[in-house]
Design a protein. Structure first.
Length: 105
């Protein structure tokens, strides 16, 4: 019987609520770390990407995600037509544009 009493964890008189509070604080800290290290930077990149895609204008030199370079010939709501050579025009989704090399300025 003495062995069983020795194996039971000691109680601090709070009924385990101290452990619950510390666990909740730990989970809150982990959530904050994930937010500032993963979620927030990803949202920032998504906003920058959306800004890039909406700022594309006719005459801009761009590169697609496949590595194709071209000049924007015309724009539609969800697509962009790139001129890649004389008399060669290709139609891409706007999301296929990965970067703007130079503006027509």
């Amino acid at each position: 019987m003495d062995i069983l009493l020795a194996m039971t964890p000691p109680t601090d008189g709070q009924g385990g609520s101290g452990n619950l509070v510390s666990t909740l604080i730990m989970f809150g800290a982990i959530f904050l770390i994930f937010y500032f290290m993963i979620i927030r930077p990803q949202q920032k990149r998504a906003k920058e990407r959306e800004k890039l895609l909406s700022s594309i204008q006719k005459g801009d030199k761009v590169m697609t995600s496949g590595g194709l370079y071209g000049v924007v010939d015309s724009l539609e709501e969800k697509t962009v037509i790139l001129k890649v050579a004389d008399n060669v025009k290709l139609k891409f989704e706007r999301s296929a544009v990965s970067s703007v090399i130079s503006s027509k300025e």
